[in-house]
Ligand binder design. Structure first.
Ligand code: ADP
Ligand code: MG
Length: 357
């Protein structure tokens, strides 16, 4: 029986099979890489939380799942007559939020809770109207005289709930570093939108600690992040030299950016008049902490952390102008996501190829 021996120039059968398999895997990977790069910009998460290009309506209109046509934002009269409040689902400093029903749809009915915050409430409403997009909760209607706003209801609630939602029985299959990293990408995508928004560059001010920051965003049932509470988005008008301050009180702690802290020590009591203003790079300072929370503790999340280490160090630079922009963070996040998913595909292909042999 002919056998492969030293001196026989044709490689052994097993080697040839392995070489063929390796070439096959390499060819498959090249093809999938090509399609991945082609598709990258068409994937829902690269565009934004929900690819709703097919269901988008013109300004001042909305459509909910199951609705054929776009409707105008609901008026006071419709809200007063057709919306039934069911139960309280959340509250913050400014609003009380209720689950409600409107024409068979579950909706979120928000009401100003503390009258001294009516300016924040109306600012939030203006921002909701002007920033309607895939990055922001859908506005369904409002009633200025009653100080109420109607938005799309998201049963998973705010981003504070990410861990409890993903750890639920039946959801664990979704509790992966890929899905978690995509949430962080959505979050940075919103910041990038906000810093270059149609209403000018704006800062997400309602974000003095991690929990507060997370509570301003909602987790959708298709596992995306959208911004919900837009009550504190001051405008940075750099050409006019106008920067912002997040409130009139002294801020403390590591979560806020260093330029948001009182710079004159304990000897001089805090005074808003003396407090220097700052810009949207305060949001960039906070990105590593939010992303760290979103990545959680699942297999692979530490590998992502490792790849983001230097970028996150840069976000934490003391001098705001030395931090990357939200757009730069977003681009780096997407690049890391793409290379890590390719790596894990490669190791999956190798392990299934060697398993098949
Ligand atoms: N559309 C919604 N769907 C589900 N939960 C919501 C919705 N809107 C708000 N909530 C819940 O209500 C909480 C408070 O809402 P928010 O708009 O942040 O109020 P505030 O302006 O008082 O901070 C949110 O953190 C979230 O838990
Ligand atoms: Mg809030």
């Amino acid at each position: 029986m002919p056998r492969a021996t030293v001196g026989n120039h044709s490689p052994p059968l097993l080697l040839r099979v392995m070489l063929a398999l390796v070439s096959l895997v390499a060819a498959l990977l090249s093809v999938t890489t090509f399609f991945r790069m082609e598709l990258l910009h068409h994937l829902p998460w690269t565009k934004g939380p929900v690819d709703n290009s097919s269901d988008s309506c013109s300004y001042g209109h909305f459509r909910l799942g199951g609705m054929k046509d776009c409707l105008s934002w609901l008026s006071c009269k419709v809200i007063q007559n057709e919306v039934t409040v069911v139960k309280l689902i959340g509250r913050g400093a400014v609003k009380q939020v209720f689950l409600a029903h409107w024409q068979g749809h579950k909706v979120a009915f928000s009401q100003l809770a503390v009258s001294k915050f009516s300016n924040d409430f109306f600012h939030g409403l203006e921002m909701l109207k002007g920033l309607q997009s895939v990055y922001v909760v859908k506005l369904l209607g409002y009633c200025e005289e009653d100080r109420t706003i109607l938005t799309e209801y998201h049963p998973f609630g705010s981003l504070v709930n990410v861990n409890s939602v993903l750890e639920r029985e039946g959801h664990r299959v979704f509790n992966t570093w890929e899905n978690r990293f995509r949430l962080a990408i959505d979050y940075v995508m919103f910041l990038q939108f906000l810093h270059n928004s149609p209403l000018g560059p704006r800062v997400m001010c309602d974000s003095n600690d991690l929990r507060k920051t997370l509570s301003q965003y909602l987790l959708t049932t298709d596992l995306h992040v959208i911004a919900n509470d837009l009550d504190a988005l001051p405008l940075v008008n750099r050409s006019a030299g106008v920067l912002v301050k997040c409130g009139v009180r002294q801020l403390q702690g590591d979560f806020v950016a260093p330029e948001q802290l009182w710079p004159f020590g304990n000897d001089l009591p805090f005074s808003d008049d003396l407090m220097p203003p700052y810009d949207e790079r305060t949001d960039v300072w906070k990105i590593p902490d939010v992303t760290d929370f979103l990545l959680g503790q699942v297999e692979g999340s530490d590998v992502v952390r490792l790849h983001l280490f230097q970028l996150h160090q840069d976000c934490k630079r003391t001098v705001p102008q030395q931090r990357p922009s939200a757009l730069m963070v977003l681009q780096s996040y997407k690049a890391v996501y793409t290379s890590l998913t390719q790596e894990s595909e490669l190791s999956d292909s190798y392990s299934s190829a060697s398993h098949d042999m």
